[in-house]
Design a protein around this ligand. Sequence first.
Ligand code: DQA
Length: 146
Amino acid sequence: MKKFLLINGPNLNLLGVREPEVYGTVTLADIERETTAYAAERDVLVDCFQSNHEGALIDRLHEARGIYDGIIYNPGAHTHYSYALRDAVSSIDVPTVEVHLSDISTREDFRRVSVIAPVCIAQIKGKGKAGYGEAVDVLLAQVGGF
Ligand code: DQA
């Protein structure tokens, strides 16, 4: 059975109440439950992790080495500036898909750049929670499976 790690970065714990006009009313618990269920139908086990702390996220990425077949990662605002998280992703040799609920390419200028996307196998944006399921499919196509 394949194992994927779902990571959500800073402020994503507040989904549902945070800027619903941008992110909708879906909660992090909804995303974790639905992504886990979607993956389970495809014979994939998903572990979930969220943190508001850069160091905790780096540690979790390091721990993914040799354990997970893929990572689904919404880095939140770290997307736009964290070279430390970019280096963590590029250090671990686990295929990673970057996901954003909103379409960062049509928002403020600072959101249009992702320093993490170049070390990911794909970036999915603007599809709301469906983007997480799509990331499962992208990873499965990459690592073999459905
Ligand atoms: C986000 C987009 C980021 O720019 C923002 O800082 C977030 C959420 C998204 O899912 O659309 O926290 O990653």
